[in-house]
Design a protein around this ligand. Structure first.
Ligand code: WT7
Length: 635
């Protein structure tokens, strides 16, 4: 029996599963499935059988070189083959794989067979450009079918993709491009956003003044934006010209289970962004299994993940998970409130979306408009809803449940990270739910909340989220930075466990209540933004001597940035300078860096070794006791 949610939160309700969903669910008994998952290697090995392997693995898990774990050793497999080719020999051949729609009302459908042909053409084109197995290909693109095609084309020939989120701007883009050292970049002429076209190619052109590895830039004509093809970024060629005459068959590369699949950048608390590396087989197994089990994917589903492909959510659950399960994935390009805040519900009705996966920020944004918009549309196709990115506050949970789910659809609050690759803490459709918690670790995943010595904390007390055993979709390292990989994640807490960087509490049912990050990483609208990256952006402005930033809570975005700046001699923080700084930071980092206040200070609290004590700034901001300041420079 599940007890109420206790004092941890004022929302005390427990929601029982919808029996209609239980009847058709792949997993009908949560506890039994968790029990099964305790024999971890057996559990994941069984799940690996869902794929077509060129050669089966020797060993499920190789722990001989911790924390550099290996899964399904010596197995040979290909992701694109399993996500696309495999289906064209089945009755899914002519089923829609990708359903693209945008804010202008355009739509495009690609069946599995059509997708197969497009992927092959792009794969051949990349090969002709000299891309070989293990090479990196970068992408800076809107949510469009060609992005999915390009990523799958990389998989098919064994190239490693590095997608940079198109909402990141010049500075952030340059840093990621130069780190990955790709020779090929795929981009587009623009993206649609709230009735305007954002000129991505212009951002690329500016970035290319500082990127020196790109030899060929492939440009997708997507937004009909008149662009300038330059020679700045080496050879530039339009995507459709490049693919002209390419054969629609391409041999598949047999990849080792542990061959690199992609890198994806995410922000850490210090220094440059982290290049998280995922490899092939374990990632496929983890992603497909979690999506199938948590969202109960069946034939006939229409899956919609509203996250952007440029983040891990899009990689794992917009492209790879759904295609590996042979379902139809909706790719929507546009904002949730344009042309009006009913657009998402209109799309659910129009296409008959059955499973919707979104974020707390989007929900909080849309709930401000009340139920006026959702009531206009027929949302009865929806069966399961989901959320990711930051804690789902009970008010947002309840709004979603009542107004969108019409009290029939459970909400799967999934906790995971770029590094974990797959859902780690999540209910299943058969679970008892409490608004505000992702409930329990997924079967086959071993997570606990511990103190700094690695001992489990008592019920209701704050602790660190750790993963105690390896999991198949785990990242294998930080690309070209093994030292940082070991130091950041595997050292701080004894016992060889993975430290996630989040704080949490457990309630008397063992349900995990995520409290937020324990490091200097902000969560703005669910996106990870490193404080040091924002500070570097401020400091690169000629008026700024030094800057420190902290997160300030925001009712919709979760957090926004509050900046403290020390200006150089002769500068004053006028309204003009404030807006110039805002523009500058946005230019460097992009719209992800949502600025709140900027204030001028004469000095910043620092440790004796010169590190900024953001904790002091935060405490001052919240009017709290400042705690132990003994290491503060000026006492
Ligand atoms: C961080 C990871 C994984 C896709 C999106 C974010 C926070 C994520 C939840 C949730 C509370 C959550 C954590 C985590 N987070 N999901 N359901 N409840 N917090 O990926 O950018 O790597 O961020 O997002 O703080 O550490 P990411």
């Amino acid at each position: 029996m599940v007890k109420s949610a206790n004092k941890l939160d004022n929302e005390k309700k427990v929601f029982k599963p919808n029996y209609m969903l239980v009847e058709e669910a792949h997993v009908k008994n949560w506890e039994a499935e968790i029990e099964k998952g305790k024999d971890m290697e057996k559990y994941w090995a069984e799940k690996a059988e869902q794929f077509e392997w060129f050669q089966k693995w020797d060993q499920v898990l190789d722990e001989s070189n911790k924390p550099f774990y290996k899964w399904f050793t010596n197995g040979k497999i290909n992701l694109a083959y399993n996500a696309v080719d495999r289906w064209i020999h089945t009755d899914k051949r002519n089923q829609v794989a990708i359903l693209y729609a945008n804010e202008r009302g355009d739509e495009k459908k690609l069946t599995y067979y059509e997708l197969y042909r497009e992927v092959n053409k792009m794969a051949n084109a990349l090969k002709n450009l000299g891309v070989e197995k293990g090479d990196t290909v970068s992408m800076y693109m809107p949510m469009c079918p060609e992005l999915l095609i390009s990523m799958l084309a990389c998989n098919k020939i064994g190239a490693v993709h590095s997608v940079v989120y198109s909402g990141l701007s010049v500075g952030a883009f340059v840093e990621r491009m130069n780190d990955a050292k790709a020779k090929i970049l795929v981009t587009a002429d623009g993206t649609f956003r709230r009735g305007k076209v954002i000129d991505l190619k212009k951002i690329v052109d500016e970035a290319m003044l500082k990127c020196h590895t790109i030899e060929t830039t492939i440009v997708v004509k997507h937004a009909g934006n008149p662009i300038h093809m330059s020679e700045l970024s080496g050879k530039e060629i339009f995507y459709d010209t490049l693919l002209e005459g390419e054969p629609d068959e391409c041999p598949v590369e047999e990849m080792d289970s542990e061959d690199p699949l992609f890198i994806l950048y995410t922000s850490g608390s210090t220094g440059k962004p982290k290049a998280v590396l995922h490899t092939t087989a374990g990632y496929m197994v983890g992603v497909a299994t979690t999506l199938k089990t948590i969202f109960d994917i069946h034939n006939g589903d229409l899956w919609w993940c509203t996250g952007d492909i440029g983040w891990i959510t899009g990689h794992s659950y917009l492209i790879y998970g759904p295609l590996l399960l042979g379902t139809t994935t909706l790719v929507y390009e546009g904002a949730p409130d344009y042309p009006d805040p009913g657009i998402w519900w209109k799309i659910v009705e129009k296409y008959g979306v059955t499973k919707l996966y979104t974020s707390p920020t989007a929900i909080r944004h849309l709930m401000r408009y009340g139920n006026k918009y959702p009531t206009v549309y027929n949302l009865s196709s929806l069966k399961i809803l989901g959320s990711v990115g930051e804690p789902m506050n009970p008010a947002a949970w309840m709004w979603l449940y009542r107004n969108i789910g019409q009290e029939k659809t459970p909400i799967m609050d999934t906790w995971w990270q770029t590094e974990t690759g797959m859902h780690m803490i999540s209910p299943l459709p058969v679970s008892h739910l409490k608004p505000g918690t992702p409930t329990l670790p997924f079967p086959g995943v071993d997570i606990d909340v511990v103190d700094e010595n690695g001992n489990p904390v008592p019920v209701g007390e704050d602790g660190y989220v750790v993963v105690k055993k390896p999991w198949p979709a785990m990242f294998r390292t930080l690309y070209k930075d093994e030292k940082r990989f070991v130091n950041v994640y595997w050292k701080d807490i004894p016992g060889g466990v993975y430290r996630a960087g989040d704080m949490a509490r457990k309630d008397e049912d063992g349900y995990i209540w995520i409290q937020g990050r324990s490091d200097d990483v902000l969560k703005i609208a669910g996106h990870r933004v490193g404080t040091s990256e924002v500070e570097a952006a401020f400091s690169s402005h000629p008026a700024v001597a030094e800057a420190a930033v902290i997160g300030k809570s925001d009712p919709v975005k979760g957090q926004v940035i509050k900046a403290f700046v020390i200006l150089k001699e002769g500068y004053k923080l006028t309204t003009k300078l404030i807006s110039e700084l805002q523009r500058h930071v946005r230019y460097e980092l992009g719209p992800v860096a949502v600025l709140g206040d900027i204030v001028q200070v004469d000095n910043l609290p620092k440790t004796r070794s010169g590190k900024i004590m953001r904790r002091v700034l935060r405490a001052r901001e919240e009017g709290k006791d400042l705690g132990d300041l003994s290491t503060l420079e000026d006492g």
